[in-house]
Design a protein around this ligand. Sequence first.
Ligand code: GLU
Length: 489
Amino acid sequence: MIKPIVRIAPSPTGKLHLGTARTALFNYLFARKNKGKFIIRLEDTDKKRSTLKYEKNIISNLKWLGLESDAKIERQMERLKIYQKYASKLLKEKKAYLCFCSAQELDEERQRQLKRKQPPRYCGKCRDLSKKEIAKLKKEDRRPTIRLRVPDDRGTIKLKDLIRGEIKENAGLIGDFVIMKSNEVPLFFFAGVIDDSLQKITHVIRGEDHISNTFNQILIYEALGLKKEIPEFAHLPMILNSDRSKMSKRKGDTTTVEDFKNLGYLPETLINFMALLSWHPRRDDQKGKEDKDEIYSLQELTSLFKLEEVGKSAAIFDKNKLDYLNGYYLRRLKNDELKNLICPKHLAEGWKCEDKILERAITLVKDRMKKLSDFSELADYFFEEPVYNKELLIFKKSDEIYTQRGLGATTEELSKLKESDWEKQGRLEERLRKVVKEEKLNNGDVFWPVRAALSGREASPSPVELLWALGKNESLKRLDKALEALNKN
Ligand code: GLU
């Protein structure tokens, strides 16, 4: 295979969307796998909606994912002269023409066609204006757009999509379309053809919402005499919610990479997750590897990726899978790495990053975290004293009297322990077992109430782990309070 050159060409009219990030990833994987190039380009010709803020959001989030451009990032608005030159050439060759129809006229025409149940299509009113007519219209201060003249005899446009196979469109249905707006700014798909051809793009891999633009673009290539340079096309299926509805921010769906990042999903999770939207590495390609349980690093994905294996049907966004993957990648982090990611952004108010207890809390709740933002909730009792309630303190196979004895004896036994012994979980466990034995109690009279007294929760790490994490002072304080609550009527 020739070394491919691919690109992702987002319009900076919104923050980096998950779908765009997945398109970027597939382009990136395809380029890396085949030792080619991956280019980012900004299609900012929609002047009203494009902003620098979105541009920065897109580039920085792609970078966060590890997807960086192999070439300078170009902006279309800085290349207007180039597109204007190509448009003038088309005008000169009569492959395009000036169109003076106003937005209102065009809208009225469209409404008429819709009423007659005809596909909306430009009627060609300005197709053959004479020089004189043009001069007259210009005098009236009408500012023309430029339309591509779709050849009458063009017939069917065929496209061999690398994912979807052959797709066709009848050129007669398209009608002459605008390539340059009246302010001499190109439509993105016109500029896109010129950029793709100047950047020698070999494969255009993009969302299936662009299929109809592809037919227009093929006509543009033909008009520009660039037929030989038409790249290969691959249109990726959409990503849908599990109920097959469209993902939408308005509905409250998480749609931007920044949102996922803010919730505490890791870049390696998103890469792994997005790669498996409409594609899965084939088992035969993974010989010699143990069952991977869907876990793939960017590097592994790169070596396994095959564009022709991407499926046609919509990908379903599976939140459980995303959480499973993130839990996996979080557990793999060293505690101090995890601490740096939690601090300070995912720490509840009033908690301090320097607190020694923080590291211990991380050690103990790490396995249950699905995302960084889960930490504060999972670990809140390390930082805030629990509210005691009698029922919780009594194990279901124990009773008030045995629980009082168990807690009382444990508190006494533990208060004799030196501060340094609290560092050793083995020592703490020995003491709890000693109390059970000497007082002739059951484990449930000691281990349960100690655990509940320290965490205030039905489920939490073991009493020994909690004693170790909270340290002598705090543990004894909580045990006393729990006893007090138990003694109250
Ligand atoms: N600018 C288009 C978009 O953001 C992409 C066009 C293309 O990939 O050719 O959807």
